[in-house]
Design a binder for this molecule. Sequence first.
Ligand SMILES: *[C@@H]1O[C@H](CO)[C@@H](O)[C@H](O)[C@H]1NC(C)=O
Ligand SMILES: *[C@@H]1O[C@H](CO)[C@@H](O)[C@H](O)[C@H]1NC(C)=O
Ligand SMILES: *[C@@H]1O[C@H](CO)[C@@H](O)[C@H](O)[C@H]1NC(C)=O
Length: 346
Amino acid sequence: MGSPPAPVTLLFTILLPLFVSFLAGAPLALGWRPWPNQDKPNATDFIYGASKKYEGSSDFVHLKYHMGPVLTANITVYPIWYGVWQNSQKRIIREFITSFSAFNSKPPSVSGWWKTVQLYTDQTGANISSHVHLGEEKNDRFYSHGKSLTRLSVQSVIKSSVTARTKPLPINPKSGVYLLLTSEDVYVQDFCNNVCGFHYFTFPSILGYTLPYAWVGNSAKLCPGVCAYPFSVPDYIPGLKAVKAPNGDVGVDGMISVIGHEIAELSTNPLVNAWYAGQDPVFPVEIADLCEGIYGTGGGGSYTGQMSNGEDGATYNMNGIRRRFLLQWVWNPLLNYCTGPNALDQ
Ligand SMILES: *[C@@H]1O[C@H](CO)[C@@H](O)[C@H](O)[C@H]1NC(C)=O
Ligand SMILES: *[C@@H]1O[C@H](CO)[C@@H](O)[C@H](O)[C@H]1NC(C)=O
Ligand SMILES: *[C@@H]1O[C@H](CO)[C@@H](O)[C@H](O)[C@H]1NC(C)=O
């Protein structure tokens, strides 16, 4: 499971509908990998690359609201640093999260990106909150549950962090996002096998509370070509070249888009009964899944879309606090296609 998929499997996956890549995971695999994808597979598109306005738009996408709650109150993200993390790595991720509500950032910005997520509402018409704060943090330096975690033991890690004897994380079921970040030497069930992160909620039987959480792993050692694409590419795909990471850390820069993906989906579908497409709630296709691998105008098929290059030669598509990031787009419920702040027509 830890090994990257064979070339055939990978190409096959790129050409298959979104829904099938989800079926390939375990039940409740709310997983994600940053590879370009498309909902209407077309081999010609894959070979020549898409140049038309594509951006995931499709008459076949029926994103629906299923009446459950969404995160409408000020959102607080509680990072849980599992394993060994450098301060420089923590700083990149903290500044990314703080960028969500940094309304004065230079456009195109992460806060501009979050505006699309704010277009989602609940039954009462309340929007997703514009305020995303960085909350208390927990260090789990000594791998409390080992270096190989299952989906279920991930819940136990969250439990340990909210029940710790010293400085436990607050219990905040209404607007807390518990963000478990595992270091590069930690394996999590299905990691690299089409899964780079997932979100779900804790079970009252394990924790006593239903807390929405997300997990994102640092793939630098295990599978950067899968989970830190396009800062790393699998060497068995000819002609594909990696681009330079904007914050100089392939693993962490690769995590940024996955963290954004998971927080966007968790906010609009925290209990997996709110915003998603597809018939089956066991395999929901959520607002970021629909835009997997799309970072700019023209994106879709195997093409990431237009991105920018900094003076330092690094590739990014939006600005945040003191930094630049590469972050995938999300589905716009009013326009019915993927949008982002760096779209050329905005
Ligand atoms: C693939 O899609 C393009 C544009 O959407 C279309 O022109 C072409 O005919 C399609 N090719 C196949 C094999 O369906
Ligand atoms: C939400 O956050 C903003 C900005 O920090 C703050 O001004 C406001 O009072 C908060 N609202 C609530 C209900 O806590
Ligand atoms: C709230 O959502 C509605 C429906 O998508 C949208 O028209 C409105 O602009 C949103 N408000 C904010 C503040 O984003």
